[in-house]
Design a binder for this molecule. Structure first.
Ligand code: GTP
Ligand code: SPV
Ligand code: MN
Length: 601
């Protein structure tokens, strides 16, 4: 080899190992800048092809990042074990980096942008030495939708590349969509040393930039999801007059063949995927449920004065534990092939298992890679173990799930995990009261975020960890949106998790939640019987379809009960949130709270 060709080869390797399919200057300049910072050995522009996925998967298997599963029982499926200290979102290390601290608001961690760029820049400096830097262009939203947004994520993790390919429309399709525009979200991600002390997820709304370092897990690392679609999305939505929400979208078809779309905000691991994929109970023949999205909704006012929603994602990153043939058969079908499983148990015949799936295998390898038997004190699967799978694999996927204009929303549900206080369902009288109910909702914490589990906290609209600006301004934005809707969705609150004295759920949940949705839809049409209570309209005992349900009137009454004393305490407890939001708490919500307090006394 001559000196000349050697030099050429070297410079080629320094620049790129794949062809760059874009002439977009701002994009190429930014990638070059990040390359100078991270100093990778090579750069790989992700094209999104199947050939590329096969090659990356093969490399991941070779390097032990993925384990190939039983090709007969789980074709195209792989298992990933993350570092045991890196299994959930880390809210305390997630920052909104606005110039003015006030604009991040009291519910977000804040860092000045200059400090964040400096602190993370030091960690990113040389962080990809000897490694490949992947450049993933992606679209959030259907390619044909005017509401879609382009992001580009730079990462050193093959696991992230393979997940982003499922969760977004990734590769050349996004470069085509972007053209020569500089309107794209710049995401930089590096797993670095996974040191929890040097783990940061920083958002720079004014620069449309996200920097994430030190975690390879889900919402920390798949930057299109919580970082772009919710935190930056919500801030953008406030400026542009739309809503980015932590909501599932589902179509409910009645036996007459009419379809009504419902959006629902529940906190992490509180039932969105399950409701989005609900299978009707046998005693409700003719009813069908169509999945549009399971985690995020982008919503706008349509020309008809209704609220229209798109699902910006292309896949599901769902909670594995608790998913079974009984609880969510559609999810089980969806994940029967071409799925990445993270932090679940590997069985002896090289399939997967988790708590709540069904009978435990006699032995297996737990999520940490240790031998496991049903006698083990450790869990087989991490409680926040997940599956990543393309939405199109869902047997109940809606024919409208990629509709460019989205679907019109008839009802919005807010809900959470409340062992007490909140009844199974109630309807709010109008948009403003509905916003108050969403703003003050509370739920028990789950394994989806690092920290204590089962602690009741206020989680306004299930957006506490995801609102990218001041929460008070966010409430105001919701009120403003209502004024623009001539035909707004009705707003309800639901709670599948109320328990009896023994801690057992009063309501069977899952497929039977369709009974509640039936009442919700009835109410949207001026039907469905209800009692007026101080908190809103609660179904009468005979208003819910209980055919074939087999729960006693006493139990149903307990599930629907509104206890004045508990609600009095609840309204008092909301004071902490109102004080925290302070002067930016909209007066309309202060008045809603006062009015409820009066109705309760
Ligand atoms: P994220 O992906 O974290 O946003 O979660 P999610 O809101 O999509 O929650 P998911 O549907 O994955 O449910 C989380 C857990 O709640 C699972 O273990 C489910 O089995 C359980 N769950 C879901 N729906 C119900 C229900 O109606 N009743 C009861 N008791 N449990 C439920
Ligand atoms: C959640 O925690 O709400 C999730 C999973 O949907 S993650 O992608 O990790 O945010
Ligand atoms: Mn979620």
């Amino acid at each position: 080899m001559t000196m000349m060709t050697m030099t050429l080869d070297r410079s080629h390797a320094m620049q790129s190992t794949t062809t760059v399919a874009t002439t977009n200057r701002p994009l190429r300049d930014w990638v070059a800048e990040m390359e100078t910072l991270c100093k990778p050995e090579r750069v790989h522009w992700v094209d999104g092809s199947d050939l590329e996925a096969a090659a990356l998967t093969e490399e991941a298997v070779k390097r032990g990042i993925l384990i190939g599963l039983n090709e007969e029982k789980l074709p195209g499926c792989y298992l990933h074990r993350s570092h045991p200290n890196d299994v959930a979102r880390v809210e305390k290390l997630t920052f909104i980096c606005t110039e003015d601290e006030k604009n991040a608001g009291p519910t977000n961690n804040w860092m000045p942008p200059a400090e964040a760029y400096k602190r993370l820049g030091e960690i990113f400096d040389g962080s990809m030495k000897g490694r490949t830097m992947y450049v993933i262009p992606y679209i959030m939203g259907p390619a044909a939708s005017p509401f879609s947004k382009v992001g580009v994520e730079i990462t050193d993790s093959i696991y992230v590349v393979l997940n982003m390919r499922i969760m977004t429309r990734a590769g050349n399709i996004a470069l085509e969509h972007l053209g020569n525009s500089d309107d794209f979200v710049r995401g930089l991600h590096c797993t670095a040393d996974l040191n929890p002390e040097r783990r940061y997820i920083c958002h720079f709304p004014q620069d449309k930039t996200i920097w994430s370092v030190g975690s390879g897990y889900g919402g920390n690392a798949l930057l299109g999801k919580k970082c772009l679609a919710l935190r930056l999305g919500s801030a953008l939505g406030q400026r542009e007059g739309w809503l980015a929400e932590h909501m599932l979208i589902v179509g409910i078809e009645n036996p007459r063949g009419e379809i009504f779309y419902v959006a629902a905000a529940f906190p992490s691991a509180c039932g969105k995927t399950n409701l989005a994929m609900l299978v009707p109970p046998d005693s409700m023949p003719g009813w069908k449920v169509w999945t549009v999205g399971d985690d995020i909704a982008w919503m706008r006012v349509g020309p008809d004065g209704r609220l229209w929603a798109i699902n910006p994602e292309a896949g599901f990153f769902g909670v594995a534990p608790g998913t079974s043939e009984k609880s969510n058969p559609n999810a089980m079908r969806t994940i029967s092939h071409d799925t990445i499983f993270t932090n679940v148990l590997q069985t002896e015949d090289n399939t997967v298992w988790w708590e709540g799936m069904g009978p435990a295998p006699a032995r297996g390898t737990d999520w940490k890679g240790q031998p496991w038997t049903p006698e083990s004190t450790e869990k087989g699967a991490q409680p926040n173990g997940r599956f990543t799978v393309a939405a199109r694999q869902c047997p109940a996927i809606s024919s409208k799930w990629e509709a460019p204009e989205g679907v019109p929303i008839s009802a919005i549900l807010f809900g959470g995990r409340r062992a007490r206080v909140a009844p199974l369902v109630y309807e709010t009288p109008d948009w403003q009261h509905g916003v108050y109910v969403g703003a003050t909702m509370a739920s028990e914490t789950t394994a989806a975020a690092a920290g204590a589990v089962g602690v009741v906290r206020r989680d306004p609209m299930a957006m506490l960890p995801f609102c990218g600006y001041h929460m008070g301004d966010y409430f105001e934005h919701w009120l403003e949106m209502g004024k623009k809707l001539s035909n707004p969705p009705r707003i309800f609150h639901v709670n599948w998790f109320r328990t009896d004295e023994q801690g057992k759920c009063l309501w069977p949940g899952f497929g039977d939640n369709l009974r509640v949705l039936q009442w919700v839809i009835d109410r949207c049409h001026g039907e469905g019987k209800a009692d007026e209570t101080p908190i809103g309209f609660v179904p009468t005992l005979d208003a819910l379809n209980t055919e074939g349900l087999g729960i006693s009137d006493t139990q149903l009454r307990a599930a629907l009960a509104v206890d004045r004393q508990q609600w009095h305490d609840e309204v008092e407890d909301q004071g902490t949130l109102f004080e925290l939001i302070g002067e930016r708490m909209p007066q309309a919500l202060v008045e809603e709270r006062e009015a409820l307090r009066r109705r309760l006394s």
